[in-house]
Design a protein around this ligand. Structure first.
Ligand code: FAD
Ligand code: FES
Length: 329
């Protein structure tokens, strides 16, 4: 089996047909990742030595990134021993497992967003970090990813915020068929979108639409846990019209500034207008002291990353979770 060595000196072997990412996770090497289908680019790395082969398309890479030698570790298998330049998060990841669950409640939050609570079997002790996501396995084996929208509290159901995608297979289930007590399965926790490096920084969250879900969980974890204190907490949440803003932050215990931003509001809207990343840039004076967690549309995340890094945010302090399509690649 080919042996992978990271530039930080960690080593692991890769089985035939296994991605570099899966092999790393199996060996407790915590690489940054989200979608696992080559779409989001969270798992970017560079092959310093050795040869790899595509398992599936790397749609998350721009041509400039490709030319600069980047690959996606979730989309590559090793052909020979490899020296891999990649960020090792250096934190233990909670192993994912598959569990049965039942719908506890369903509630419309807006015209196209549903709040779903999932109840786990008693004593199942499902553990996750605020910001992580789960795969829900629904009728007919349809499997889709959803961020958990609440921080871990023993005995509390998992909360999901689900946006309706027109014609979507799982959207059809959630919005037309799902009923309390339906039996589903979940697999998780997944992804590495959780808080780190926030002590003494200005902590900024950027979210669009249901990208609020993991941000809400992280904000709750800051309120409840002994998380290292950041200097300030600001949340920019974007939608199109006022009806899209289905949540407000007044119940949070952590001191914070909450800035709703609308892109298509009429003259009655007296709040901020445009895109969350532009509004953040207009407000920010000390980007070199900030850490940014961005979640929602792929377009927002790419644009925010490009603009904020160009304006002085250190690249390693931009963390993101893109809600790309999660059906199999
Ligand atoms: C890590 C991760 C976390 C996610 N968390 C959430 C969450 O908390 N809440 C939430 O509402 N969604 C979330 N998503 C998106 C979700 O997993 C599904 O992809 C989405 O809800 C569509 O599923 P569906 O079965 O309804 O549509 P599908 O049957 O999968 O797709 C129907 C059509 O819509 C297109 N499509 C599907 N998803 C998208 C998309 N996101 N953007 C653009 N086009 C799309 C497909 O290409 C297809 O043409 C997340 C995705 C990822 C990767
Ligand atoms: S592209 Fe690899 S995890 Fe998303």
């Amino acid at each position: 089996m080919p042996l992978i060595t990271t530039t930080q000196g960690r080593q692991f072997s890769v089985a035939e047909g296994e991605s570099l990412l899966d092999a790393a996770l199996r060996a407790d090497v915590a690489l940054s990742y989200s979608c696992r289908t080559g779409r989001c680019s969270s798992c970017k790395g560079k092959i310093r030595e050795g040869e790899t082969r595509l398992l599936h398309e790397e749609t998350g890479l721009s041509s400039a990134e490709r030319e600069a030698g980047w690959v996606l570790t979730c989309a590559r298998q090793a052909v020979s021993d490899v020296l891999l330049e990649v960020e090792d998060l250096g934190v233990p990841l909670i192993p994912a497992r598959t569990l049965p669950c039942r719908i506890q409640s369903l509630e419309r939050l807006s015209a196209d967003v549903l709040r779903v609570e999932l109840r786990l079997p008693p004593n199942s002790r499902f553990n996750y970090r605020a910001g992580q996501y789960i795969d829900v396995i629904g009728p007919g084996g349809v499997r889709r990813s959803y961020s958990v929208a609440n921080a871990l509290v023993e005995g509390r159901p998992l909360e999901l915020h689900i946006r309706q995608v027109p014609g979507g297979a799982m959207s059809q289930y959630w919005f037309e068929q799902a009923r309390p007590n339906d039996l589903l399965r979940l697999h998780g926790p997944l992804g590495t979108f959780f808080l780190r490096d926030v002590a003494d920084r200005d902590l900024v969250f950027l979210a669009t639409g249901t990208g609020l879900a993991p941000v809400k969980a992280m904000l709750e974890s800051l309120s409840e846990a002994d998380a290292p204190r950041s200097r300030s907490v600001t949340v920019y949440w974007g939608g199109r019209v006022p009806e899209d803003l289905y949540w407000e932050s007044s119940a949070l215990a952590v001191p914070h500034r909450f800035v709703p931003v609308l892109s298509r509001a009429d003259a009655d809207w007296h709040g901020r207008r445009g895109h969350v990343q532009a509004v953040m840039l207009a407000d920010s004076t000390a980007l070199d002291q900030s850490v940014v967690y961005a979640c929602g549309s792929d377009l927002m995340i790419r644009d925010a990353h490009a603009q904020l890094v160009a304006a002085g945010l250190p690249e390693q302090r931009f963390h993101s979770d893109a809600f790309v399509c999660s059906s199999a690649a």
